[in-house]
Design a protein around this ligand. Structure first.
Ligand SMILES: [Zn+2]
Length: 567
């Protein structure tokens, strides 16, 4: 599955700096010797080959660590890479970016092919500060501590030790007292650690502010926009997005919640009433074993498109799936790219709920993205895909895959699964706006106290909130953001989900009109990888990169109509 290397020695130990450094030395000396455009293009590919080897080493260690957060060897290997390899790579990468940026042949490179790479590398040169390297290392370590803490939490539930992930299914139980018991146990367990979460966050916030100041930015928000290569939208666009979500989506969310309240026969909704089926049907149980989950997903991908099905089949054969939940496994799900093999890997915590099916469809969409662009000669176009579009790939797959929910369920249960998912789409957008607006606030109010931060949070929870009664659990509400890993591990990375969700709903709307045409555009857009700017990627997939009410209104209408059809 690996193509032979052309530049990097085949026996390179990518975890040993003494062996890595000479590769950077060679690249530095060779770039000066490039006499022609093809020489420079070849050098860019050599550089990409080294990047891929290092990237894959880091990814493999991350995968091993998150699969076994309680394995000391895996933790040590990951931390070695984070603390001793990564920090040494960064200044060397920066030096190469600088040599590239200053190269006399750079303006002669074919513009269309290199423009995205070019603007990315220019930002790398513009933002790099030596003194930020140790701060970033410290931040990564704090992120890992957050994950370790969050992943280690368990509760005693009816005589058994359960992870918080395993507890999620009980809030779907029809028995209201049981739901409340399970919900309170989890909420209180998290609250016990609230001080630790706040401490961890404050340390990270401090590091982030320093990082931005070193790079001459007035605040971390503006720094992060540049660092995340958000060339195609601004903080002001995000504020407009928040407003449009409030205006267009909140009325639908409130309708759905009052319907839920009526169906449950309650005078008010409590936090443990949000995940249960409103007709008090037992939770959907799409599968018992991970093998059944994989087989069902395979059938869905096969029905959508033969090449998607074949891609998933390959992942199964190459053991690129780690799907079951067990103690010591980090929370959540992700798709990681093995950059040199040019293959995807999927990690998740399946426990037997519909959400697991959606997670696998979602991560499957990411995996198809990785596979679709694996032939691109440029490392950066295969691996540095803009998240705003990556999430279109994954979230579209949730919506499209659910069209074939019958692979897991009877017809009425399939409609239920689809309805639950569409309700989630309606619910997630205000949540994205909340988290994003909160981060805007955090990073533009330096020196704020924890009290002020909580007050800002509550204001947003009210604005994008629902009609849930939190009486008696105000402290839980104050600290709800602690469970959102992005704030800790990927700062300011969240609005992407909202922008992408709107793209995904557009792909789904296209699919409803024209199955084959929508899938064709979807795959063509995925094959572009990171080679084009965002508006072009969206356009290739048949969507608008615009988040004003004019784009959002028809999507809300479609969601409302579909929900009405599903009963
Ligand atoms: Zn994703």
């Amino acid at each position: 599955m690996y193509a032979p290397r052309r530049f990097v020695p085949s026996d390179l130990n990518a975890g040993d700096w003494a062996q890595i450094a000479p590769q950077f030395d060679r690249l530095e000396s060779q770039v000066g010797a490039c006499q022609t455009v093809p020489d420079l293009e070849r050098w860019i590919c050599d550089w990409g080959e080294l990047c891929a080897a290092l990237d894959e080493e880091g990814a493999k260690r991350y995968i091993a660590m998150t699969c076994h957060t309680d394995n000391a060897e895996a933790e040590k290997a990951y931390l070695h890479f984070v603390e001793h390899i990564d920090p040494q790579i960064k200044p060397r990468q920066f030096q190469l970016a600088r040599l590239y940026a200053a190269h006399p042949l750079r303006p002669k490179l074919p513009r269309k092919q290199y423009e995205v790479l070019d603007r990315d590398l220019q930002v790398t040169v513009e933002l790099f500060r030596d003194e930020n390297v140790p701060l970033e290392t410290e931040e990564t370590k704090l992120g890992q501590q957050y994950q370790k803490l969050a992943g280690s939490l368990t509760v005693q539930f009816r005589g058994e030790e359960k992870t918080l992930v395993q507890m999620a299914r009980y809030v779907e139980e029809p028995d209201r007292a049981l739901r409340q018991e399970a919900w309170e146990l989890v909420a209180n367990r998290r609250l016990q650690e609230a001080g630790k979460f706040e401490d961890n966050f404050d340390q990270q916030l401090n590091l982030r502010q320093q990082t931005a100041a070193h790079a001459d930015f007035p605040n971390y928000l503006e720094y992060a926009f540049r660092q995340k290569r958000r060339f195609d939208y601004t903080p002001a666009d995000c504020v407009k997005f928040h407003d449009a979500i409030e205006q267009e989506f909140m009325p639908l969310l409130r309708e759905l919640q009052s319907r839920r309240r009526r169906q449950l026969g309650l005078s008010s909704l409590r936090p443990w009433d949000l995940a249960v089926d409103p007709l008090n049907l037992a939770p959907l149980r799409p599968f018992e074993t991970v093998e059944q989950l994989v087989a069902g997903a395979q059938r869905i991908f096969d029905r959508l498109d033969g090449s998607l099905g074949a891609g998933f089949q390959t992942m199964r054969e190459l053991h690129l799936l780690d799907l079951d939940n067990h103690k010591g496994k980090a929370p959540g799900g992700y798709q990681s790219t093995l950059a040199e093999a040019r293959l995807p890997f999927i990690f998740m915590n399946a426990v037997g709920v519909q959400r697991d099916v959606e997670t696998l469809l979602h991560e499957g969409g990411h995996a198809f993205h990785t596979l679709a662009c694996r032939a691109d000669p440029l490392y950066t176009y295969r691996t540095n895909l803009p998240i705003e579009f990556c999430e279109v790939a994954s979230m579209s797959m949730e919506l499209l895959g659910n069209e074939f929910a019958e692979e897991f369920y009877s017809a009425p249960d399939s409609n239920r699964a689809r309805r639950d998912h569409l309700e989630l789409v309606v619910k997630i957008l205000p949540w994205v706006a909340t988290i994003d607006a909160f981060q805007h606030w955090i990073y533009t109010h330096s020196g704020h106290s924890r009290k002020e931060r909580t007050a800002a949070w509550l204001k947003l929870v009210d604005r994008f909130g629902d009609d849930v009664d939190w009486t008696g659990f105000e402290r839980v509400r104050d600290n709800l953001w602690h469970r959102q890993p992005h704030l800790f591990v990927h700062p300011l990375y969240y609005v992407e989900y909202g922008l992408a969700q709107l793209g995904a709903v557009q792909v789904w709307a296209n699919f409803k009109r024209d199955n084959a045409g929508a899938l064709k555009s979807y795959q063509q857009a995925l094959a572009l990888g990171g080679s084009r700017p965002l508006p072009e990627l969206f356009a290739a997939a048949g969507c608008r990169f615009d988040f004003s009410s004019s784009t959002i209104k028809p999507l809300v209408k479609l969601l409302r109509d579909e929900l009405a059809k599903l009963g």
